[in-house]
Design a protein around this ligand. Sequence first.
Ligand code: AMP
Ligand code: MG
Length: 324
Amino acid sequence: MIVLGIESTAHTFGVGIVDDKGKILADQRIQHRPKEGGIRPRDAAQMMSEHGAEIVKRALEEAKITMNDVDAIAFAIGPGLGPCLRTGAIVARFLAKKYNKPLVGVNHCIAHIEVGKLVQNLKDPLVVYLSGANTQIIALANGRYRIFGETLDIGLGNLLDSWGRAVGIPFPAGPKIEELARNDKKFIPLPYTVKGSDLAFSGLYTAAKRAAEKNRIEDVAYSLQEVAFSMVAEVAERALAHTEKKEVLLVGGVAANRRLQEIIKTMAEDHDASFHVVPMKYAADNGVMIAWTGLLMFKAGNTTPIDAPVNPKFRTDQVDVLWI
Ligand code: AMP
Ligand code: MG
């Protein structure tokens, strides 16, 4: 069985092709890169509609197959930016209709989890999902990926990117903040907001923005990371103690951060859980994760009607996980 998957929730248009052994046959991507500021959804969608067909073609060439060899078309149905989601969905519906293939709408967050499990060979991890828009602590319980803690306002990556923008660091600011934070270690107290098993970043953002007006930028970058990552570690630890999972998986773009990895690894090992990070290639948004999750869903009997609308607010815990 072969599934072609299309990712288009934010800045990346990706097409992946996988088979039922978990072999990755193709992985083609193109990214919207704003000249300044954050993602512009309509510009991103425009780029996707201009280059979408070409990326599909390149993926088929890479896999050395034709559309006739494909058993199903998967696409990211949400969550994400409306214009981007709709563009990917149009490409998927077109392919499904033209080549008479079943369609599978995939939850983007779940795809991050499933591809992480595939490449790290995991069974049942507690997932710490930290991306631009999303910050969730997730674990499988009673047939769904349940959210054991999440941000009440902005995502962790968004916090870093917004603060970066405020102090003149271009998008995406995460890597540069990590580099700045490594050089200096004077801690400036900043607000730490954990509410039960959830967290919030906007107070921290405002305080860190103000702190940058009268402190060295390296000190603020360091303190911002320490406070934000400690908040994540606290809610992740609470979920780990509760679920008693034996594996911890870090996914999403922010997972690239070495300091964050160190903090979550220490926390996991304190609870005798093994620690895993998705390799950066698959931590970033990509079509492979959509193809693989689509394949698991399709094998379990899931398909999506051709006229199903995209869902920009689709939650991780709304999907019945029939494939596990
Ligand atoms: P995603 O939304 O999963 O594509 O991830 C993108 C986010 O990851 C952006 O907010 C980036 O700033 C962030 N990011 C990438 N690399 C790093 C890093 N080394 N440290 C912290 N954040 C990072
Ligand atoms: Mg993502």
